[in-house]
Design a protein around this ligand. Structure first.
Ligand code: SAM
Length: 239
């Protein structure tokens, strides 16, 4: 059934504080306790992170640029952004994810030292659903979170993120293409032990329309595919 009220969001939050946290922490980590599918997703996801870093750094240095990483997970993007000198505000609905991201950021940015290298700033971590975020950032990024939103809620979510961004909004989402829809159907027919929460795919045209409605246009597009990971990437700017 389509979710009613905030039902879906509570389920997502509960999942990413428990089973989902354990599963995704491994996928987004470096240890070898992952199966073949999870390893494939790890590789795909890291390509998305690389593509985003390229999109952002191609436009100039990130030193001192404010970035909101909405739905930051374990900090896969926040940490490389901070390494480039960006002023990162990283948030996630899951307290477990935020704690893990904070721990990893300390490890990777401090590397056992007491102080950060000059010009680098530790990301500011917060537990927050993205609907509650406020403020203004040069750039807002939201990677692989739209999968938790049905299209009926995605428009409002995109509009809210755009309202926080002064210059750029970067979104990634699982594309609604025939092949991937089919794969998802197969996944639903044969749910494995680590079956995820409900996944929603999005057509690029729907995301584009949602952006256009609030006065934004897509400037760059990207696509990452591995065997089990698919992500469309869009960078939007004010039209
Ligand atoms: N963006 C991270 C990355 O690419 O590494 C994490 C992606 S992970 C698949 C999805 C994340 O979105 C989870 O950490 C989950 O807790 C978070 N999330 C889901 N719904 C959210 C919401 N409404 N507000 C904030 N975070 C949310």
């Amino acid at each position: 059934a389509e979710e009613v009220g905030g039902g879906d969001k509570e389920v997502v939050k509960e999942y990413f504080n428990n089973d989902g946290f354990q599963r995704w922490r491994r996928i987004y980590g470096e240890t070898d306790d992952v199966n073949k599918v999870q390893l494939d997703i790890r590789v795909g996801h890291s390509k998305t992170v690389e593509n985003v870093m390229k999109m952002l750094t191609d436009e100039g240095s990130l030193k001192g640029v404010t970035v909101c990483d909405a739905g930051c997970g374990t900090g896969s993007l926040s940490i490389p952004l901070a390494k480039e000198g960006a002023l990162v505000t990283a948030s996630d609905i899951s307290a477990a994810m935020v704690a893990e991201a904070e721990k990893k950021a300390r490890e990777e940015l401090l590397k056992g030292k007491d102080e950060l290298s000059p010009g680098l700033v530790m990301p500011k971590f917060e537990v927050s659903d993205l609907e509650s975020l406020s403020g203004k950032y040069d750039t807002v990024v939201c990677l692989d979170v739209l999968i938790h939103y049905p299209q009926s809620k995605a428009d409002a979510m995109i509009a809210h993120l755009a309202s926080l961004a002064e210059n750029r909004l970067i979104l990634s989402f699982a594309p609604k293409t025939f092949y991937y829809s089919l794969l998802k159907r197969i996944g639903e027919l044969f749910p494995g032990p680590s079956k995820a929460t409900r996944a929603y795919l999005h057509a690029e045209a729907d995301v584009e329309r949602a952006l256009q409605k609030v006065g934004w246009r897509i400037r760059k597009r990207g696509l990452t595919t591995t065997q089990f990971y698919f992500a469309n990437l869009v960078e939007a700017v004010r039209a």
